[in-house]
Design a protein around this ligand. Structure first.
Ligand SMILES: CC(C)(COP(=O)(O)OP(=O)(O)OC[C@H]1O[C@@H](n2cnc3c(N)ncnc32)[C@H](O)[C@@H]1OP(=O)(O)O)[C@@H](O)C(=O)NCCC(=O)NCCS
Length: 213
């Protein structure tokens, strides 16, 4: 499908200190710092690297990553957001969320991937980012369904989707080549109807947080 402009892109989304925005070329140094500082934290959950981690996550590599992200966003096949924390008037890049492999027409569906800097883990940054991105995708982004596939061993990531109310719907044996081997994944999904009556995923997330001490 060809667009003059991809639905709902570009956009900046925020909730409290969590800010989602398109990447910029000037993110290269910050992106490389956070990726290199988090090698042990991220490697077990990411596709098997095709080379050395430091090279694949260098500021120079970011130029290629950024070019690929811009292309997918322009064609409507992806919504790649830099996840930032905005505090004391300063913005810090702390993670990533992408709705990728978007197929439109009769599917209007995409896959969500994400990570956050270990130094800010456990503060609800990614559930907030997920709620912002999914609400946007189901609205101006023109999607009807999002899917998340997670290794069974990844407790923190499963917590993210389970507390947001994603439906567990599949077990994919030997699904993706992650950290050196073909790994099983659990498939979770959500469609726009499932969240509409609650005023969206961010509204649901706010209610959940208000209930949790
Ligand atoms: C999965 C991930 C994105 C969660 O992001 P987050 O912003 O920390 O999400 P939350 O704050 O909701 O924390 C999720 C769970 O992590 C666990 N957690 C809490 N604090 C933590 C910490 N300091 N360190 C590690 N895990 C922590 C808790 O089980 C928490 O769930 P609960 O507090 O609701 O019971 C993050 O752990 C991460 O980037 N992991 C490495 C990459 C990855 O797994 N990506 C996803 C692949 S599918």
């Amino acid at each position: 499908m060809l667009f003059r402009r991809a639905p709902g892109w570009p956009v900046v989304l925020s909730d409290g200190p969590v800010l989602l925005r398109p990447y910029r070329r000037s993110d290269a140094a910050a992106w490389s710092e956070v990726r290199c500082a988090n090698r042990e934290w991220l490697a077990p959950w990411e596709s098997t690297p095709a080379g050395d981690w430091a090279d694949l996550n260098s500021p120079a590599t970011f130029r290629w990553v950024h070019r690929d992200q811009r292309r997918s966003a322009r064609t409507g096949e992806g919504m790649p957001f830099a996840v930032c924390l905005y505090t004391d008037g300063a913005e810090r890049l702390v993670g990533h969320i992408n709705i990728g492999s978007i197929v439109r027409r009769a599917f209007c569906s995409g896959y969500v991937g994400y990570w956050v800097d270990r130094r800010v883990a456990g503060q609800g940054v990614i559930p907030t980012a997920m709620a912002l991105a999914v609400d946007h995708a189901f609205g101006p982004g023109g999607l009807h369904r999002v899917e998340v596939n997670i290794r069974p061993e990844n407790g923190p990531s499963r917590r993210v989707v389970e507390k947001l109310g994603f439906r567990e719907e599949a077990y994919h044996a030997r699904y993706m080549h992650i950290d050196g081997a073909w790994r099983d994944h659990i498939g979770y999904a959500m469609t726009s109807e499932e969240i509409a009556a609650e005023g969206g995923l961010l509204a649901r997330w706010h209610r959940l947080r208000a209930r949790t001490p």
